[in-house]
Design a protein around this ligand. Structure first.
Ligand code: PEP
Ligand code: MN
Length: 355
């Protein structure tokens, strides 16, 4: 990391960047109110920091060990901008602001009628963003793979419905990109690009998705440590895209845990991650629990833990859903979740800001 002097000129900054590039590293230039910080992206061991510290306009130059530098609170502080939190803006929705943001919709887009009806009902319940899977990650090749699995025409059609439903009910839309071949299509129609838990480690996909310069909803793998989760989020930030919404969605349960819940919701990860990064983090109680009767409780707990929002699977008739029917709640139940979560957020926000 290279911290420039407060009176460093643009020429001096450019000179330092040019010098860094000689070592085949990339840079993240962060212009704060008072000074500019140049983050080095790549293997810093090649860098002679003493040489850089002596360049005109440089205040200090040193390596930092942290594997998720660009998204860390520590890094944001150096630019003189004490960045408490990053607000990811999508349309007029602010993720990471004072209000909990609710992403809701079906697990999978199954038909135009199903999607539009759910969109209308979740909007009425108070949801801000519409979700719906088109390319579903499934454990069995024999199950419904989402409309994306039926052919490219179906995938385009479903993407267009999603965009239209979002426009009609005034909600930005999010859907998962499961593979690199889907990046262009999804980025054309969706406002937020989701990387699913199973792809958290897929650095080529992360890089390709990040380059679209759209907000990324980045889900934690069920076997990933917090450090790994943040280290892979860094791949997105390293492409110059810091509009990242982290999502805790449960980790592998121990012992017989799996007989009770699909995953173990790691709510401690929420405040722990907030100590490390300024990025917003939301919680998906649906995939974590795998059963609808626990969604209300865990949604409340997630907001109390400090989550900036929730992602919840909703269907007007969960019994007829082709995927994840057992964990979907109804729009009426979603309304209860949202009403109570708003109140919990108001009550717990002041204490959270203090700690
Ligand atoms: C999803 O959100 O549709 C999904 C499949 O979740 P996860 O990647 O967390 O399993
Ligand atoms: Mn699902």
């Amino acid at each position: 990391m290279i911290v420039m002097k407060t009176d460093a000129t643009q020429e001096q900054i450019d000179q330092v960047i040019k010098e860094v590039k000689k070592y085949r590293l990339r840079v993240d230039v962060s212009k704060g109110r008072y000074k500019t910080v140049i983050g080095l992206i790549g293997d810093e061991r090649k860098i002679p920091f003493a040489h850089f510290a002596a360049l005109p306009g440089v205040k200090e130059a040193f390596g930092i060990e942290i594997r998720y530098k660009l998204i860390s609170r520590e890094y944001s502080k150096f630019s003189g901008e004490t960045m408490e939190r990053r607000i990811v803006k999508v349309g007029n929705i602010e993720i990471g602001g004072d209000e909990p943001i609710i992403i809701a919709g079906p697990c999978a887009v199954e038909s135009k009628e199903q999607l539009f009806r759910i969109a209308e009902e979740v909007k009425k319940a108070g949801a801000h963003i519409l979700r719906g899977g088109i390319f579903k990650p499934r454990s069995s090749v024999y199950s419904f793979q989402g409309l994306g699995g039926e052919g490219w025409e179906e995938a385009v059609g479903a993407s267009q419905w999603l965009q239209k439903a979002g426009k009609m009910f005034d909600m930005p839309v999010v859907t998962e990109i499961r593979g690199e071949a889907q990046v262009d299509l999804v980025a054309e129609y969706a406002d937020i690009l989701q990387i699913g838990a199973r792809n958290m480690y897929n650095q080529d996909l992360l890089t390709k998705v990040a380059k679209k310069k759209k907000p990324v909803l980045f889900k934690r793998h069920f076997g990933a440590s917090i450090e790994e989760f943040l280290s892979f989020a860094e791949y997105i930030a390293a492409e110059g895209n810091k509009d990242i919404i982290l999502c805790e969605r449960g980790i592998i349960p121990i012992g017989k845990g799996k007989e009770y819940t699909r995953y173990t919701l790691d709510l401690a990860a929420v405040p722990a991650i907030q100590k490390e990064t300024y990025l917003p983090i939301i919680v998906d109680p649906s995939h974590a629990m795998g059963r609808r009767d626990l969604i209300f409780n865990m949604s409340c707990a997630a907001i109390a833990a400090g989550a900036s929002g929730l992602m919840v699977e909703v269907h007007y008739n969960p019994a007829e859903a082709l995927v994840d029917g057992q964990q979907m709640i109804t729009p009426d139940e979603l309304k209860d979740v949202i009403d109570v979560c708003r109140r919990i957020n108001k009550m717990t926000m002041p204490g959270r800001n203090k700690s």
